[in-house]
Design a protein around this ligand. Structure first.
Ligand SMILES: Cc1ncc(COP(=O)(O)O)c(C=O)c1O
Length: 428
């Protein structure tokens, strides 16, 4: 009897505990202190655009390429690669470091087809979850192996850079980059910051088509930056999210990196196929670190894999297969190069059209920076208040820093956009 009573009271205790856990009060109490996260400044723009029922609405906020009808584009080389891949592969895991073939081809784009560093196996490289994942992996690696270091980030920069190094708990410093008055590069202040940073500092550099400003150093300026980095023993991490989008030629757009390589720097590179192959949602990219020798490269690669393993184990296979199929086939690669140039040329054409329209409207302001800046973005110089008016009165959506994604400008909306910009910039 005593035993039965003990069992019964234990069962009762269990039942009331389970009921407590199952009640809505107990469930909701786990997360009662969680406040909604602030909206991402870039992704929030798209949400607001989608919610706007106006037929006139224009989205020049998001950094994704659109054709002249404002539609997302899948490149023909990608479609052809998909046809070739379809049904031919299994769905096994990739190794932790990702597709060896994709990484090999990706390194050639950054370091050069005949790079001695690749031949000597001095580049530690892993497939990454696009450019964001490559930056995040590097930030973790930096924290783990140079825990005392900081990262110097340009002002302004792609806003996610701040989140990435914050989450990796690497302290952030900034360096001058954009000169608001000239809407160009603040080269003198940039060089001062490089000079004044403690020797052996880590710097994040945009390899080309700087986001959000569209302002890149000239070749000569890159040479000077590289020399100053050498004098100070700084480390350069190149974020190359737009290779091919600046000039239309991926080889030309890698110039900054090649200059640093010629000068003997041990650099890191984050590469992405989101923009230049239109593989946004496939999340395919690469992180590489140039090492002193093969032995060091093997060690570094193994540590990068160790960081990836508990985060996502191994990267996705499909996008990597598309990339390696395109770049591994001379004909498909040619088609890709032609299509990248086509995207860059359309954007350059829209820059000319936007500037001409503003000038024809009799704007009292100078808009020459629209055609001087390069890549996907135009840093217009508009104030947050002017951007708010564009949205409220004209249903035009962009980030409040005045960044116009030129990829969203079309022959169909460029006059409307120019007129709206003219109205808000002349009357405030
Ligand atoms: C400067 C820069 N770096 C990295 C990225 C990362 O893009 P993704 O992760 O889609 O490759 C972007 C995307 O907008 C970018 O502008």
């Amino acid at each position: 009897m005593a035993l039965w009573n003990a069992v019964a009271s234990r069962l009762a205790r269990q039942r009331s505990w389970t009921a407590g856990v199952g009640s809505s009060r107990a469930l909701s109490s786990w997360w009662h202190s969680v406040e909604p996260a602030p909206k991402d400044p870039i992704l929030g723009v798209t949400e607001a655009f989608l919610a706007d029922p106006s037929p006139d609405k224009v989205n020049v906020g998001v950094g994704a390429y659109r054709d002249d009808n404002g539609k997302p584009v899948v490149l023909e080389c990608v479609r052809e690669a998909e046809r070739r891949i379809a049904g031919s592969m299994n769905m096994e895991y990739l190794p932790m470091g990702g597709s060896v073939k994709m990484v090999e081809e990706t390194l050639k784009l950054a370091y050069g087809d005949n790079s001695e560093f690749i031949k000597d196996k001095r580049v530690a490289a892993v497939q990454a979850l696009s450019g964001t994942g490559a930056c995040r992996l590097f930030a973790e690696f930096q924290k783990r192996f140079r825990p005392e270091s900081q990262i110097y980030i340009p002002v302004p920069t792609w806003s996610n850079h701040h989140n990435i190094w914050r989450d990796a708990q690497v302290p952030q410093r900034t360096y001058h980059y954009y000169h608001a008055e000239s809407r160009g590069l603040d080269f003198a202040s940039l060089m001062d910051d490089v000079k004044n940073a403690p020797s052996g500092s880590f710097f994040l550099l945009h390899a080309c088509a700087h986001n959000p400003t569209g302002v890149d150093p000239s070749e000569e300026q890159w040479r000077e930056i590289s020399q100053q980095f050498k004098a100070k023993g700084h480390f350069a991490l190149f974020d190359m999210a737009y290779q091919g989008f600046a000039s239309g030629d991926p080889e030309r757009d890698a110039k900054s990196i090649r200059i640093f390589l010629e000068d003997g720097h041990f650099i890191g590179i984050a590469q992405s196929y989101a923009k230049n192959m239109g593989l946004y949602g496939q999340r395919v990219g690469c992180l590489s670190v140039l090492c002193e020798d093969e032995k060091q490269a093997v060690a570094v690669k193994s540590q990068l894999q160790m960081i990836a393993r508990p985060m996502y184990s191994n990267p996705p296979v499909h996008g990597a297969l598309i990339v390696s199929t395109i770049l591994g086939d001379p004909e498909l690669k040619q088609l890709w190069l032609k299509e990248v140039k086509g995207m860059a040329d359309r954007i350059i054409g829209m820059r000319t059209a936007l500037r001409e329209n503003l000038e024809n409207l009799g704007s009292s302001l100078s808009w020459k920076h629209i055609t001087e800046q390069i890549g996907m973005f135009c840093y217009s110089g508009m104030t947050p208040e002017q951007v708010d008016r564009l949205t409220k009165e004209f249903h035009i959506y962009m980030t409040r820093n005045g960044r116009i994604s030129m990829a969203g400008v079309t022959t169909g909306n460029v006059r409307y956009l120019a007129n709206a910009i003219h109205v808000v910039t002349e009357s405030t």
